[in-house]
Design a protein around this ligand. Structure first.
Ligand code: ADP
Ligand code: MG
Length: 368
């Protein structure tokens, strides 16, 4: 177990600025998820922590000690790769014991460590097999087992579930969560899957183009995204974005939806930071689909604004039905209940929960 402090980490490959000054601090036992689209620098940052590549600038501390120049094998950090990187000609047991063997651990101790971890991961019956005779999920477990036997103070995972099919991915996600709760080891976990991030993390660092966009616990990231990028990246189906103009109404500022000839106005009495809502400011209104519902449900009348829009698409998923309708010149997705009556190709009424809306500066993308 360990604390991890990442201070102003930069990485340059020639002319390319891959990491542009990353600052992150983890307390002991945290589960940090680095989340972002492909190419944003997640693996690069993980490799810096593991010591697999040189840092251009900045400092990484584990338990307060700077490890920038410490050799990877002396960092007491274990990594699980996306490809698993198992040795094909070794058995599962040999794969798992290999790093201990390199460190000169005795045969008896190696066997004990392997047996213990195999028990934990329920792969005891696979110890004599070669990787070629394992399923994807089993290989994944062995790769984790190989990292676990070292009893590392920090665990690094680089997209460990991305090679598994959807069902197995969810199962293994739960396993990893259980494992973390049981062992309490500090974890840094890379993924581009926002559900994985939300379900596993104690804190998420959302990354884009080599910079952290927001670093917070999952709930805060979901409920108070710092900017349009984070708001758009987290949530499925994604948040709805409607261009709007701040105008003054009879009882305070209102939003005038753009791109809609019907001059739809929504009151802003719920918004927490009215000082930023200068008249005629161009903003983006963000509403998550679960906050747009059929009129019968939703919040009390004071928080509920009724809007009308033509329904183009109805997508039943079983538990809920996604309804896409036109509002403010864009497609807006609502979450309806399967039993709600929706008329396709016609105008339907929807309720927007105004207490749950988000506003972003149109120019900077920052949350208002
Ligand atoms: P992610 O893991 O988020 O998908 P990476 O960290 O692998 O992203 O890569 C970030 C960027 O750095 C990419 O543009 C990639 O092409 C570049 N990059 C990664 N490794 C190298 C390298 N060894 N040399 C040059 N560019 C690299
Ligand atoms: Mg990567």
């Amino acid at each position: 177990m360990a604390t991890l402090d990442i201070k102003n980490i930069r990485k340059r490959y020639g002319e390319l600025d891959v990491l542009k000054g990353i600052d992150l601090s983890l307390t002991d036992g945290e589960f940090l998820v680095l989340l972002g689209p492909s190419g944003c620098g997640k693996s690069t940052l993980l490799n810096m922590i593991a010591g697999l590549d040189m840092i251009t600038d900045g400092e990484i501390r584990v338990d307060g000690r700077v490890i920038n120049t410490v050799h990877p094998k002396d960092r007491n950090i274990a990594m699980v790769f996306q490809s698993y990187a198992l040795y094909p000609n070794m058995t599962v047991a040999q794969n798992m014991a290999f790093s201990l063997k390199l460190r000169g651990v005795s045969v008896a101790e190696r066997q004990e460590a392997v047996a213990q971890v195999a028990d934990l991961l329920q792969i005891g019956h696979l110890l004599d097999r070669k990787p070629a005779r394992l399923s994807g999920g089993q290989r994944q477990r062995v790769a984790m087992g190989r990292a676990l036997v070292r009893n590392p103070s920090i665990f690094l995972f680089d997209e460990p579930l991305s090679n598994l099919d959807a069902k197995l991915r969810i199962e293994m996600r739960t396993e990893i969560k259980k494992l973390h709760e049981r062992l309490g080891t500090t974890v840094v976990y890379v993924t581009h899957d926002q559900i994985e991030a939300m379900t596993l993390a104690t804190r998420i660092a959302v990354m884009k183009d080599g910079a952290v966009q927001q670093f917070a616990d999952p709930q805060t990231i979901y409920e108070q995204p710092e900017n349009l990028f984070v708001a758009d990246f987290i949530g499925s189906p994604p948040m709805n974005f409607i261009p709007a103009l701040v105008v003054s109404g009879s009882s305070g500022p209102e939003l005038l939806l753009q791109g809609d000839e019907r001059q739809i106005r929504l009151p802003l009495n719920h918004h927490g930071r009215p000082g930023q809502l200068v008249d005629r400011k161009s903003v983006v209104l963000g509403i998550r689909p679960e906050h747009v519902t059929k009129t019968e449900e939703g919040p009390g009348p004071a928080d509920r604004m009724i809007v009308e829009g033509r329904v183009d698409v109805i997508e039943p998923t079983g538990a809920e039905t996604l309804v896409v309708f036109r509002l403010g010149g864009v497609d807006v997705t609502a979450k309806a209940r399967p039993k709600d009556v929706v008329h396709k190709g016609a105008l339907n009424k929807f309720a927007i929960d105004m207490s749950a809306i988000h506003l972003f500066d149109k120019e900077t993308g920052r949350r208002l």
